[in-house]
Design a protein around this ligand. Structure first.
Ligand SMILES: Cc1cc2nc3c(=O)[nH]c(=O)nc-3n(C[C@H](O)[C@H](O)[C@H](O)COP(=O)(O)OP(=O)(O)OC[C@H]3O[C@@H](n4cnc5c(N)ncnc54)[C@H](O)[C@@H]3O)c2cc1C
Length: 383
């Protein structure tokens, strides 16, 4: 049965799930005569893809913009991601004669979303891929000269930065933001939202010179926004308590590939003032990582570019395939999580390909060097 929680029950939920990342984390009382240490037209919280795009767009349209990032480096998850960008209708697809369209990508995403997707939001994404791609190219982002075929997509449509990381996108965007005069603050953690008497967010409380490893560290400041505050603070999978409230199966036994700042305190602040995001419980699991290294490493990149599209993944006990390697991420993650031994311990699968399949695998050399990818000269050796 579906019930619609009342605003009051949401406030209770938010109060109950507030993480102790910042001591004062509670929604700030409405302010009439708030004094600000600094004011801009627009305040953007977060310096990932979303925050950088918002800051640049606002700046291009003539607003004064302050961008606040709590970590000691810009970019959040965006900077450490795989730099793979699904573009429906890229110039390279056109050149290679690959027939694609936002409508086809929409159908792929509806299918992968198993009917749960919010179609209007999906439309925003699929019709936005080409303009977003052009936006990055305008600011100097460089992509590999070939299109890749990732799981869940019916045609090859993945563009990837030459660096194979999202840092290949965030770095030029940060440079552009600085050059255009965005007021950039690193190590600046937003702890509270400030509301006016009508309940509109008019500013933020921050800790400047914040060290994310030390709770409540830094110098308190209060910043005002004449036109609006954009919260682009990303995900929350490093906040185990909060993520378990959304999906109780994602306990501390599962590692996260997210950067350490993905703790969701601004999202909780927004819940506390009545924001109603949808599907917070739909948390993606990545079927690429290896127990031989932490996070999204050399093996993840190897699997997505070589192992899955050019090879096979097998249950090491039987040598047999157990899932379509190009199925969507949920199908593959669910299948991997089911691979357990008689004591309930995970049995990690093995993914392999041949000398032709590894041709585009940029991480092969380092993977071999660090022993997380292995090379065999004959099928017998491999067996
Ligand atoms: C390992 C990994 C690989 C991935 N690979 C891909 C891929 O190849 N292709 C793809 O399409 N997607 C990929 N994704 C998903 C993609 O990276 C994310 O969807 C995207 O980066 C989200 O961008 P964002 O701007 O919303 O959040 P983020 O990039 O996480 O940015 C949020 C920023 O807000 C800051 N912040 C948070 N709280 C505060 C606060 N209180 N005060 C100030 N600042 C704050 C954070 O420190 C962070 O810098 C990957 C994700 C991961 C984790």
């Amino acid at each position: 049965m579906k019930t619609t929680p009342s605003r009051r029950s949401f406030l209770k939920l938010a109060a109950a799930c507030t993480a102790p990342a910042f001591g004062s984390l509670a929604f700030a009382a409405p302010q009439t005569q708030q004094k600000f240490d600094k004011v801009a037209d627009v305040i953007v919280i977060g310096s990932g893809f979303a925050g950088l795009a918002a800051a640049l767009e606002a700046k291009e349209k003539g607003a004064s913009v302050m961008l606040l990032e709590k970590m000691p480096a810009y970019g959040g998850n965006s900077a450490i991601n795989g730099g793979a960008f699904a573009v429906a209708g890229s110039p390279l697809q056109e050149k290679e004669g690959i027939k694609d369209s936002p409508e086809l990508m929409l159908q792929d995403m509806i299918k992968s979303g198993r009917g749960l997707s919010h179609v209007d939001l999906l439309k925003n994404i699929v019709y936005g891929t080409r303009p977003a791609f052009d936006f990055t190219v305008k600011y100097g982002v460089k992509y590999k000269p070939f299109v890749q075929h990732f799981g869940g997509h019916s045609v090859p449509r993945i563009m990837q930065t030459v660096e194979s990381t999202g840092g290949g996108i965030t770095r030029p965007l940060v440079e552009a933001a600085k050059n255009l005069g965005v007021d950039m603050h690193l190590g600046c953690a937003v702890t509270d939202l400030i509301l006016n008497n009508e309940g509109r967010v008019i500013g933020v409380k921050v800790l400047e010179r914040h060290d994310y490893r030390k709770e409540n560290s830094g110098v308190p400041q209060v910043y005002g926004a004449r036109k609006g505050v954009v919260a682009a603070t990303g995900g929350f999978s490093q906040n185990v308590a909060f993520r378990m409230q959304q999906d109780p199966t994602l306990g501390p036994n599962l590692e996260s590939t997210n950067h350490p700042g993905a703790t969701g305190e601004v999202l909780q602040n927004m819940l506390a003032i009545g924001a109603l995001p949808i599907q917070l419980d739909q948390i993606q699991l990545g079927p690429w990582s290896s127990p031989d290294e932490r996070g999204f490493g050399l093996v993840s990149q190897f699997n997505t570019i070589a192992g899955f599209p050019k090879g096979i993944m097998v249950d090491k006990r039987t040598g047999k395939r157990f899932v379509n390697e190009l199925a969507d991420r949920k199908a593959r993650s669910d299948a991997i999580l089911k691979q357990l031994d008689e004591n309930g311990k995970p049995v990690y699968p093995i993914c392999f390909t041949d000398s032709v399949g590894v041709k585009q695998a940029q991480t092969l050399k380092n993977g071999l060097k660090y022993g997380v990818i292995k090379k065999f000269n004959t099928l017998g050796e491999l067996a």
